[in-house]
Write a protein that binds this ligand. Structure first.
Ligand code: HEM
Length: 423
């Protein structure tokens, strides 16, 4: 693209409200665009092929400790950034491989499959509570009461967090997450994120000690077995940071999949009826929701050596904004990209990224979407949503999503029995 794009425009209110017209303009001009010389990043990369390459090419790296130190960022003074930097999200190649391999051995597809009945139970329980809250026909906030609770409870179940402790997590994870969105944060937000980071660290220190003393058949015990089989493979900081990051990485993202997905379906009665009639379509619905309204819109990488993207130079040390959200709407890759079409063939979107940092929890997130969306439609066939604007771009979703459950089906144990009816 000849004319540079402005980062202010990309992060401005209009694009945050609806980024797709802006993405469409980018696609008309090529695969990547220069940013203005005063912007902190060299390029935005938005074409599907270019995004896919940058995410996989080892010349492009995540902004780990080395990068931040060279850039003079004072990150060590904040516990929240120390955790982010010790986690796989920001680990450099060899450390990343080592940590990710250990964690992957504990989060096998079998373990995720075994979690499915618990996901169903957690969803049904939260739907009961949602039904209760909205029984009088007044709007209830789907995000606070359901979408932000479910992923947190599911990770809690996976990690073996006792049920009684689970409500403790969402406010802390939300406070921690505030530092993930791009742009300036207030000191109050940073302080709250650091407090949450300290509390989460203390909680997981206790949980790890408990599983060390008495192993169970759960993820943390499996992880500790792997760590003990090869002493020195994982530091204590890395262990805690990655447990916390699993909570955080799977929280807002999955909540946004559910919130964005619910709104898409309420706006499309035909699609909603189709999925309700045939829940076996849920897996392809989830893929199309992820392509069409991805919960995460971009990642940032830096060039470890001089390179180029789509013919545009990227000098060593400069960063690029990798717009996965735009790649998912690239007309060169997805015919008629602005059409929501769950029957799309070859729907290999980039909502979970690509390359070495491909989402560690993708199988779990997919299972959550596939199991939850049909339950939600079935339970509340007349649900209507009143979505407000979405403000964040990095983690794109609703802060609040008022829904009316009018016409809600009573859950099995609330169905009036014969004697009630006679009375
Ligand atoms: C719909 C839900 C989800 C979406 C859209 C999503 C998206 C992503 C994306 C885009 C990345 C890569 C970031 C980058 O390339 O820089 C990522 C990484 C990651 N995700 Fe997810 N995620 C979801 C759910 C989950 C869940 C449920 C977990 C819990 C286990 C999880 C754990 C992680 C972790 C630990 C990473 C870091 C992986 C690494 O750097 O090697 N995610 N996710």
């Amino acid at each position: 693209m000849g004319v540079p794009v402005s980062l202010d425009e990309l992060l401005g209110d209009e694009v945050r409200r609806d980024p797709y017209p802006f993405y469409a303009r980018l696609h008309e001009a090529g695969e990547a665009a220069r940013l203005r010389p005063t912007d902190p990043h060299a390029l935005v990369v938005h074409g599907y092929d270019a995004v896919n390459r940058v995410l996989r090419d080892p010349v492009f790296r995540v902004l780990g400790a080395d990068y931040l130190d060279r850039a003079g960022v004072r990150w060590r003074q904040h516990q929240v950034t120390r955790i982010l930097q010790s986690s796989m999200l920001n680990a450099a190649e060899r450390d990343h491989l080592r940590v990710r391999h250990l964690f992957s051995q504990a989060l096998t597809p079998r373990r995720v499959a075994a979690l499915e009945p618990a996901i169903g139970r957690i969803a049904d329980d939260l739907l009961d509570r949602l039904a209760e809250a909205g029984a009088d026909g007044r709007p209830v906030d789907f995000m606070a009461r359901f979408a932000l609770r479910l992923p947190s409870d599911v990770i809690g179940e996976l990690l073996g967090v006792p049920e009684g402790d689970r409500e403790w997590f969402p406010p802390r994870v939300r406070a921690f997450d505030a530092v993930l969105e791009i742009g300036r944060r207030s000191m109050r937000e940073v302080r709250a994120a650091n407090v949450a980071a300290a509390e989460l660290t203390a909680y997981f220190t206790g949980l790890v000690a408990a599983r060390r003393a008495t192993p169970r058949d759960d993820f943390v015990s499996a992880l500790l077995r792997g760590v003990e089989a090869e002493p020195g493979r994982l530091t204590a900081d890395e262990l805690l940071a990655n447990l916390i990051i699993m909570y955080n990485a799977g929280f807002r993202t999955t909540a946004n999949l559910l919130g964005n997905g619910l709104v898409l379906l309420t706006e499309r009665p035909g699609a909603r009826a189709e999925l309700r009639a045939d829940p076996s379509l849920a897996a392809s619905y989830v893929e199309e929701i992820l392509r069409y309204e991805p919960p995460v819109h971009f990642a940032v990488r830096y060039a470890a050596a001089d390179t180029e993207v789509a013919g545009l130079p990227v000098p060593a040390g400069r960063t690029v904004v990798v717009l996965t959200g735009a790649a998912n709407r690239d007309p060169r890759r997805f015919p008629d990209p602005d059409r929501f079409d769950p029957s799309r063939a070859d729907n290999r979107h980039l909502a979970f990224s690509a390359g070495p940092h491909y989402c560690f929890g993708a199988t779990l997130a997919r299972a959550e979407g596939r199991l939850v969306l049909p339950r939600l439609l079935d339970r509340f066939p007349a649900l209507t949503a009143e979505p407000g604007p979405r403000r964040a771009l990095m983690l794109r979703g609703y802060d609040r999503l008022p829904v009316r459950l009018t016409g809600a089906h009573p859950s099995a144990d609330q169905v009036p029995c014969q004697t009630n009816l006679i009375e």
